[in-house]
Design a protein around this ligand. Structure first.
Ligand code: ADP
Ligand code: MG
Length: 339
């Protein structure tokens, strides 16, 4: 008799959760992304105890009907892609169909959802993979997902949770990464009953930056934009004198998705060459729009890494956009630029 057995589905989901849901902030990211993919114009994020006790996300998006609400928590279940050809041009933030199944395998989840066509909401409860109930309940159009006691049956993971303050720092960072490129979206973040951010969907990007980063002088950021060779770039650039000792204030977004990319980091560094002391990092907000089929996001489960098919072009466009602006702006810096 062989020793190999196929793991049951709940085990599979729990293992997958290890990749996607590292800490409460990862659940916040996945749920907020789902709200955006559902076309929400307003999202409220409520957390308690740094997300360890409760994460609750309410949106006014398209909602789910009863069947979809049940299917949403199956693993590899998604409404966003259908076949392999869809993988080469993903326009949504999600597509793997794993987040809800993963979260529901390691927490107590309650979801309420209602479509605009229905006068009744439906509700489902799942406790660490155990479906407890699904049925009609009251609720507005849109979706609310509540996640309680993340990792309460996975002590190995729970051990790695940090203090509420630290976890809240990670949540705020995820919230910021989602909020920056979505300046049309109303977003609220509440922790332990206290409102940390209330971002209106009708203010300019610069004001959103000012709200998220009160410590930066958002008005002083220099703005550059180009639209060439199929790549649209909008960059808000910090004065060299506001540079930092780390890259915490460098944000890059590709078609509304926060990404980390070594070509982009390099282009930023090059653009400021000669303007900064060694080991200093400029404040940079970079928004890139380009065709969805010119890069691959299916690189890592958290999707913060992408592969550009023409990374040289992306690099040179970013560098040129930023460099030209920086050199053409009176930065009140001593003239010591390299030729
Ligand atoms: P993915 O986002 O990769 O499709 P998820 O597990 O995050 O996978 O979600 C599964 C499905 O549940 C989504 O494809 C979507 O159809 C539905 N869904 C999840 N969250 C929402 C929401 N807030 N509003 C409407 N539909 C949702
Ligand atoms: Mg998702």
């Amino acid at each position: 008799m062989g020793r190999i057995v196929r793991l049951d589905q709940n085990m599979v989901n729990m293992i997958a959760a290890g990749e996607v849901i590292e800490r409460p902030a990862s659940a916040v990211k996945e749920l907020m992304e789902n709200s955006i993919d559902a076309g929400a114009t307003a999202v409220v994020v409520t957390v308690e105890d740094g997300g360890r006790k409760l994460i609750s996300i309410t949106d006014n998006g398209e909602g789910m009907d009863r069947d979809d609400l049940a299917a949403a928590f199956e693993s590899h279940a998604t409404s966003k892609i259908r076949d392999t050809s869809d993988l080469s041009g993903i326009t949504t933030l999600g597509f793997r169909g794993e987040a809800l199944a993963s979260i529901a395998s390691i927490a107590h989840v309650r979801a309420v959802s209602r479509t605009p066509q229905s006068d009744q909401a439906n509700c489902i409860e799942i406790d660490c993979g155990d479906r407890q109930s699904v049925g009609p309940c009251s609720g507005d159009v849109g979706t609310t997902i509540q996640v309680r006691d993340l990792f309460y049956k996975t002590p190995a993971r729970r051990k790695f949770l940090r203090t509420a303050n630290t976890e809240m720092g990670h949540i705020t960072e995820q919230f910021t990464r989602i909020a920056l490129p979505k300046d049309q979206l109303g977003l609220t973040l509440i922790h332990n009953g206290r409102e940390l951010y209330r971002l209106s969907g009708s203010l300019a990007l610069r004001q959103r930056i000012a709200q998220l980063f009160p410590m930066l002088e958002a008005d002083d950021l220099v703005e550059a934009s180009t639209d060439e060779k199929g790549i649209r770039i909008r960059a808000l650039l910090g004065h060299p004198s506001t540079s930092r000792t780390n890259n915490r204030f460098q944000y890059a977004f590709l078609n509304g998705r926060f990404i980390r990319d070594k070509f982009i980091s390099h282009a930023i560094k090059e653009a400021y060459r000669g303007l900064l002391e060694p080991n200093r990092f400029p404040v940079v907000f970079l928004f890139i729009q380009m065709p969805y089929d010119e890069y691959d996001v299916n690189v890592h489960p958290t999707k913060t890494e992408v592969r550009f098919y023409n990374s040289n072009l992306v690099h040179s466009q970013i560098l040129a956009t930023m460099r030209e602006k920086l050199l053409g702006t009176d930065l009140h810096m001593p003239a010591r630029l390299p030729s």
